[in-house]
Design a protein around this ligand. Structure first.
Ligand code: NAD
Ligand code: IPM
Ligand code: MN
Length: 368
């Protein structure tokens, strides 16, 4: 049987730097665990714009549709900030998400014990934290129509529309309930049903899916502003959080700091199963291209490496190997290795991106 296929899209800024470390991990699994992948690479974001004049060429889109999993680094950067809206690097990523119909974005926030003192919150608040944010990824205000900048009288008006259909809400709710059943069986749904009609529908549909299909899962509802506060007050009250595209974007960056750094947070964006039973899937760190540290071999590659771990788990049915990779990351952190983002106010001597990748490979070796 052919090897499973992976398309690597390193993108911009620190994207290629962290992806180089993921390649080391992929090679390790090939050499030491007999897990071989057909890996190809292509351009996305500003890197694609520079070559093709578009942040995602049609040929790249076609490849993404045909592989078993896409791994993406990050897109964007100051060089591209003044480009017309349609060709901004971020449009390439949004096109991938939309056309692959990757509606469920899983963003786990796990606090490794070795990092509990590096969070901006107190150790007691974050130690042992393990929550999963499920962000709806293909609809809501990111994609709703009408949208644009229009002229009204003698001034301009910027318009975006929050729009959700019942089926869009129901399918992401199902993803959240399914995940909860394999975790601590609790879902908290976040919206603003107090001020938004789309929030009222969101709450109704999530409740209906629960009552009809998942009555065994504990469900609660929370306004998203309170949810943001509760996430920093007492994050361990949560197991799975399900929320819309924009609230999920913001809440997951906030959750990142519970783990010590944005450089720690991986994600999986999953769609419906393909003919081979695997879900359409794209894996990427939650962070962006970090222009402030790009090109300096300083970035933390762990978010991207753990995103490959999520690919092992969700696309390739290799849960035990994903556990092995997570334990290797944990072991390296326990030894005290830290990239610059994990230094904390008192400083110290950080390791580089490539040193962190090498240390994780060594920890994988030690796991055998
Ligand atoms: P960012 O996530 O790139 O950076 C925010 C801060 O976190 C910066 O100080 C950065 O140095 C730090 N940081 C991020 N990742 C890190 C890592 N792995 N290791 C160490 N430090 C890290 O967000 P931003 O600055 O708001 O956005 C920069 C660009 O990235 C923008 O063009 C934005 O649109 C884009 N972006 C892309 C994605 C993506 O590709 N998925 C996500 C977010 C932002
Ligand atoms: C993310 C990013 C993206 C988003 C941007 C770069 C399009 O912030 O993946 O969290 O807003 O979804
Ligand atoms: Mn974001």
């Amino acid at each position: 049987m052919a090897n499973p296929s992976i398309l690597i899209l390193p993108g911009d800024g620190i994207g290629p730097e962290v992806m180089a470390e993921v390649r080391k991990i992929i090679s390790w699994f090939d050499a030491k665990r007999g897990l071989s992948f057909d890996v190809s690479e292509d351009l996305v974001g500003g890197a694609a714009y520079d070559v093709h004049g578009t942040p995602l060429a049609d040929s790249t889109m076609e490849k993404a549709q045909s592989v078993d999993a896409v791994l993406l680094g990050a897109v964007g950067g100051p060089k591209y900030d003044s480009l017309p809206f349609e060709v901004k690097p971020e449009r390439g990523l949004l096109r991938l998400r939309k056309e692959m119909d990757l509606y469920a974005n899983l963003r786990p926030a796990v606090c490794f014990d070795a990092l509990a003192d590096f969070s901006s919150l107190k150790r007691d608040v974050v130690a042992g934290l393990d929550i999963m944010i499920v962000r709806e990824l293909t609809s809501g205000v990111y994609f709703g129509e009408p949208r644009g900048i229009f002229t009204e009288g003698n001034e301009r008006v910027g318009i975006n529309t929050q729009r959700y259909t019942e089926s869009e809400i129901a399918r992401v709710a199902r993803s959240a309930f399914e995940l909860a059943r394999r975790r601590r069986n609790k879902v908290c749904s976040m919206e603003k049903a107090n001020v938004m009609e789309s929030g009222i529908l969101w709450r109704e549909v999530v409740q209906k899916v629960h009552d009809e299909e998942y009555p065994d899962v504990e469900l609660s509802h929370m306004y998203a502003d309170n949810g943001a506060m509760q996430l920093v007050r007492n994050p361990k009250q949560f197991d799975v959080i399900v929320t819309d595209n924009l609230f999920g974007d913001i809440l997951s960056d906030a959750a990142a700091m519970l783990t010590g750094s944005l450089g720690m947070l991986p994600s999986a964006s999953l769609g419906a199963p393909m003919a081979n039973g695997r879900p359409k899937a794209l894996y990427e760190p939650v962070h962006g291209s970090a222009p402030d540290i790009a090109g300096q071999n300083k970035a933390n590659p762990i978010a991207c490496i753990l995103s490959f771990g999520m690919a092992l788990r969700y696309s390739f049915d290799q849960g035990a190997e994903a556990d092995r990779l997570e334990r290797a990351v944990e072991a390296v952190l326990a030894k005290g290795l830290r990239t610059a983002d994990l230094m904390g106010p008192e400083g110290g001597s950080p390791v580089s991106t490539s040193e962190m990748g090498d240390a994780i490979v060594q920890a994988l070796d030690e796991s055998l």
